[in-house]
Each structure stands twice: as structure tokens, then as C-alpha cells.
Design a binder for this molecule. Structure first.
Ligand code: HGA
Length: 611
């Protein structure tokens, strides 16, 4: 979703732009476009609804080429999926702009620009940027200054790339809350929303910081911070190869996808959370009218997505103080449910084609919910098309059948929903600001957590010959125990169960013996002491305990109990997502030791499009 590519070079850049768009296709999008300055100094614009291949058809039918150009793949937020709304947007026949993100104050700007005589060709928020830059350029004297003046008037999230066909010696870019990277070449330079797009051209990159504006020419790159001061940003040499979309150095897609989580979560958060607040428009154009009416949420999903829903219940009830219920889709659709007033129906699915979830959504639409919403990884999916609101996870394509990054990006997206509802409910701003900070630091915390991999691989040896395993957690850690058990059973074929630890004594304790490893999820939360007592009950029956715990929880390794210490400073809101990581790695290493088909486990499919 939302792809940006730009290039300035002593050669035709069209193939670079098209290849860049292709390399970003996995993100999902609904339309594409390219703008170039052709050999006659004219601005050439080609746009198409649908796939990059449609844009290529247009370029074949009406060829154009140029040494400076920008290209975009759009996933509509403001205005329908039409050619007129596709980017680039042009002002005065000379300023061409592409944009990722959402301009929150586009309505007053649009009114002002209409008054100043600008004619709008699209319904997008982006077009105001093009006209604003054109307007500023009249007095600014140069394009970079015009962009600086224009972006100073924008609120919201943006990565923008601009050229002026009348001065085609530079591309100017700016960003806030939406990623943008400059690719450095020899006598040519590039820009993109993601390094993936540029890997065939270069591996030297500069990552722009919040508020940066950059003037990119063939031989120079000048960067200015938000205060307009010239700054230098470090150059990074990427170790990714151009075929990084493939499995690369990883033995399995699942492992690669586990390691992609910091980036996938960062992508899911980017453009949606600015400073301390969530941009409601990220849920779609109807969010501003629907969210204020929501007094309750009913979540419906299957498998791993259902576990994400169980965690979301804590985000919504404890964070936003509204009731939330969660149910598996295959049960919901035949239950003839009774719907309370002002309830939002929320469906969660990686593919957006999960048959039971889709059927549940269609059923829900007849039942008087205030609205329907989807959390999904595939923008073109039926679920997204049919729901009133949607928030896309940006996990990228997930090849491993056992879901990893799709799950953690769902948790990230659901935490944004919790925060958006909390904002609307008027929860104390200091509290919502705290949540926002905790959400923003998730990618970095996941990075730290992945460092446990080598230790987990050693633990895995103690599971490889087992037939059963029991996972325990309490509160929001219980769904994580469920997810850990699901991962282990899916790919290692070890029978694994998860229980809320307080339920042990009501039955499952009968199963516990020294052949049944017990895995506990033990963050330092208000249920820790309760969990400790439950673990004593298990230990007393001779089970071997494997505890994932925060530092300072007071667990001591000893006879029959092993402790894996998680990184420091995990906040309660973060712990479900972070404790998922070691459980994914444990399942992975156990499966590898048992020699199963990790990426394509028996009897399972990636996208469950049958009932
Ligand atoms: N708000 C803009 C851009 C959305 C986006 O980032 N798409 O990829 C629009 O709706 O066109």
C-alpha cells in the first residue's frame, strides 16, 4: 500500500520507476501513476486504475520517457479509486506531486485554494499539496523553499515527492510520520518509500528524519531539518540484496517473517500515529462520523486472528473503557446474535478472504450494527471492500502458513484502534499520550526481543521428543499462550493446549506429569503473584516449567524450572505483542528439530477460503 519511487539520472528513468512500483506491489494498492519531464521539457502524466501492468499498458500505448520522474501506487484514503484520484497530482501544468499519508487539514486548505482560483481535478487530500506548492512557488524563488513553505501549513502525515517541469534539475521531498529514503547513485539519485524499491539501483541509502525536506539533484543531496537548517544524515549501506523479497539467507520463510516483524510493525504504525495521537482517517473516510457513535465492539475472527481479537479486548476495555466481546467466526455466523445499540462489528483476517469471517461480516451487515470494520493485510480483499471502515496491517506478503508477522501487525493495528476509541471517549490525554509512546516503541522492543533467539534454540531441544505441551498465561497473556500453543501444534505437530493459569485446577492439572513441559508467559503485571501460585501447583506435580518472564519478577531457575528473561521495561500494553516473539521462535526451532515442513505444514492452507 502506498508506494513512492522517484529518480533523477542521465538516462531514461521510466524503467527504474516501473520496477520500483513492482517491488512495492506486495504492499497492496488500487491504482498507479507516473509523471516525467520528457525530452521537450513537457510534463508527461500516465495513470491507471488497477495493477502496475495496467500502467505499463498505458505506457506502451502512449510511450514517454525522461531523465526525471516520480511514480506512485495509491491505496485510496480520500476519494474513490479512479484515474483522476490516482497520483501524481499536477498543478499549473508544471508541479507534479506524489504523496503517502493523510493531510488532516485538507478541507480548509482546499477552500482557501479554490478561492485563490485553483481548480481541483480530484477528490484527494493530496491535490491541495500540489496547488499549495504551486502557489508558494510564485514568491518563494525556488522549489525547495516553496515546498518548505507549503509543508509548514500541513497537518497530518506525509511523505511527498515533487518536481517542477519548468526547472527539471531537482526532485524535492519532505516527510513527517511516513517513511522516505534517498538512494544514492553515481551521477544519479533516487527516492522511495522503502529501500526494497531501489535495491536494483543502489544499496547506499539516507533515511530522512521527521520534518526533513531534501533537495535531490543528479550529483548532490541537500537536507534541511524542520527548522530549515542544513543538516547531514548518515549514509547506510544496506545488506539486503535485490532479491530480498525471496527467502534470502533464511532457512524458511517463517523465520524470515519472524525477523521482518520490527519493520512490518513500524510500517503498520507509520502515517497512522503522529506525535501522541492516532489519525482517525487511517480507518477510512467514514471514521470521523462512525467512531464517535461506538459504545461497544464485537470482534469476529478465526485462528491466529481470533487470538489477536482476544488481546484487543484488553486494549478496548482497559484502555478505552468500552465493552468488547470476541468470538470465532464459524460460531458467530450460525448463532443469530442479538446486537446491542451502537456496537461496532470488527472482523480480523490476514487475507481478507477467510470464508467464515467474510460470511460473518455479510451476516453482520443485516443485523443493525452501527458499522462494520476490518483489520486486514490485503487491501484489495473482499473483507476490506465490504466493511465500512478498515485499517490495513502492512505485514507484506506472508508466505509461511503459520502466521507470525500478520499476527503482531494485527496487534499493532488493534492497539491503534484502542487508542483512537480512547481519544474519542475523552480518556485523559496524559494517559493516551503514554499509550501512544508505548505503541511507537514497539518496533524497537521487538528488535531487542529477537535477540533471545539463540537461547530459545537451546531450549527447543528439550521439546523435540515430547508429545504434549501446556501453555499458561493470565489476563492478556492468556491469548498469547493460546497463540504459542497454536504455533507449536501447527508446525511441529506436538499436541499443545493453552489454559488461563487459574483454570488449571479445574481439570488440566490431571494431565500434568514430568513428560509434559509447561510453558508460562509471565510479564510483570498485576496478575504475576496469582500466576506464580498456579505455577507452584504445576511444579508440585513434577512438570518441567519453562517461564518467559520480565526481569525483576523474582523467578529463580532451579531444578525443573528454567527462566528466559525478556528485555527490560516492557509496559503492560506492549507485553502481549512482545511475548509472542519467543513463542514463535520456540515453535520454529522445535519444528526444525523434528524435521517437519515448517512453511507448509500438513493439512493446512494459508488463506482459508472455504467454510
Ligand atoms: N491520502 C492520499 C494518499 C493515500 C496513500 O498514502 N495512498 O497510497 C489519497 O487518498 O490519495
Amino acid at each position: 500500500m502506498c508506494g513512492i519511487v522517484g529518480a533523477i539520472a542521465p538516462r531514461d528513468v521510466t524503467p527504474i520507476l516501473i520496477e520500483g512500483l513492482r517491488r512495492l506491489e506486495y504492499r497492496g494498492y488500487d491504482s498507479t501513476g507516473v509523471a516525467l519531464v520528457d525530452g521537450n521539457g513537457q510534463l508527461a502524466l500516465r495513470r491507471a486504475v488497477g495493477k502496475v501492468a495496467r500502467l505499463e499498458e498505458k505506457l506502451t500505448a502512449a510511450p514517454c520517457s525522461g531523465a526525471i520522474g516520480i511514480a506512485h501506487s495509491r491505496w485510496a484514503t480520500h476519494g474513490g479509486v479512479t484515474e483522476a484520484n490516482a497520483h501524481p497530482h499536477v498543478s499549473g501544468g508544471r508541479i507534479a506531486v506524489i504523496h503517502n499519508g493523510i493531510i488532516e487539514n485538507y478541507e480548509p486548505l482546499r477552500a482557501e485554494l479554490l478561492e485563490r482560483g485553483y481548480v481541483f481535478q480530484s477528490e484527494t487530500d493530496t491535490e491541495v499539496i500540489a496547488h499549495l506548492i504551486h502557489d508558494c512557488a510564485k514568491t518563494a524563488g525556488d522549489l525547495t523553499r516553496a515546498v518548505q513553505q507549503a509543508v509548514a501549513r500541513l497537518t497530518g502525515a506525509y511523505a511527498i515527492v515533487v518536481f517542477d517541469a519548468q526547472v527539471p534539475d531537482r526532485i524535492v521531498v519532505a516527510r513527517i510520520a511516513s517513511p522516505l529514503v534517498i538512494g544514492l547513485g553515481e551521477g544519479e539519485n533516487f527516492v522511495a518509500s522503502d529501500v526494497q524499491a531501489l535495491l536494483p539501483e543502489t544499496r547506499r541509502f539516507i533515511f530522512l528524519e521527521e520534518g526533513d525536506v531534501a533537495d535531490i539533484r543528479r550529483d548532490t543531496v541537500e537536507i534541511f531539518n524542520q527548522q530549515g537548517e542544513a543538516v547531514t544524515r548518515p549514509e547506510h549501506v544496506s545488506s539486503l540484496s535485490a532479491d530480498a523479497v525471496e527467502r534470502g539467507e533464511y532457512a524458511h520463510y517463517m523465520l524470515k517473517e519472524i525477523y521482518e516483524q520490527p519493520r512490518a510493525i513500524a510500517d503498520t504504525l507509520s502515517e497512522r500515529i503522529v506525535g501522541d495521537h492516532v489519525l482517525e482517517a487511517a480507518f477510512g473516510p467514514k471514521a470521523a462520523t462512525i467512531l464517535p457513535q461506538v459504545m461497544q465492539v464485537h470482534i469476529v475472527a478465526c485462528g491466529t486472528s481470533y487470538h489477536a481479537g482476544l488481546v484487543a479486548r484488553y486494549y478496548l476495555e482497559q484502555g478505552a473503557r468500552i465493552p468488547c466481546t470476541v468470538e470465532v467466526a464459524s460460531e458467530y455466523r450460525y448463532r443469530n446474535p442479538v446486537v446491542s445499540p451502537n456496537t461496532l462489528f470488527l472482523a480480523i483476517s490476514q487475507s481478507g478472504e477467510t470464508a467464515d469471517t467474510l460470511a460473518a461480516l455479510r451476516e453482520a451487515k443485516k443485523l443493525g450494527y452501527v458499522a462494520t470494520a476490518a483489520i486486514c493485510n490485503v487491501p484489495e480483499s473482499s473483507l476490506v471492500r465490504e466493511a465500512d471502515l478498515s485499517l490495513m496491517t502492512r505485514a507484506g506478503p506472508e508466505v509461511g502458513v503459520a502466521s507470525t508477522k500478520a499476527f503482531t501487525t494485527q496487534l499493532a493495528a488493534l492497539s491503534l484502534l484502542g487508542l483512537a476509541v480512547a481519544q474519542r471517549r475523552g480518556i485523559d490525554r496524559r494517559i493516551t499520550a503514554l499509550y501512544a509512546r508505548q505503541i511507537r516503541s514497539l518496533p524497537e522492543m521487538v528488535e531487542h526481543t529477537l535477540k533471545l533467539d539463540a537461547q530459545i534454540k537451546v531450549w527447543a531441544e528439550q521439546f523435540a521428543d515430547k508429545h504434549h505441551a501446556l501453555f499458561l498465561g493470565r489476563g492478556p497473556s492468556y491469548p498469547i499462550a493460546l497463540e504459542g500453543a497454536l504455533k507449536l501444534k501447527e508446525i511441529s505437530y506436538i499436541h499443545a493446549e493453552a489454559y488461563p493459569a487459574g483454570e488449571l485446577k479445574h481439570g488440566p492439572l490431571a494431565l500434568v506429569d514430568d513428560d509434559m513441559p509447561v510453558i508460562a508467559v509471565a510479564p510483570n503485571d498485576r496478575l504475576l503473584e496469582k500466576l506464580k501460585s498456579n505455577l507452584q501447583e504445576v511444579r508440585a506435580r513434577g512438570a518441567r516449567l519453562f517461564v518467559f518472564a520480565d526481569p525483576n519478577t523474582g523467578f529463580e531457575p532451579g531444578d525443573g524450572i528454567e527462566i528466559m528473561t525478556m528485555p527490560d521495561h516492557i509496559e503492560p500494553l506492549q507485553s502481549p505483542l512482545l511475548y509472542t516473539i519467543p513463542l514463535q521462535l520456540l515453535a520454529y526451532h522445535v519444528a526444525v528439530l523434528r524435521g517437519t515442513d515448517v512453511d507448509q505444514p500438513r493439512n493446512l492452507a494459508k488463506s482459508v477460503t472455504v467454510e
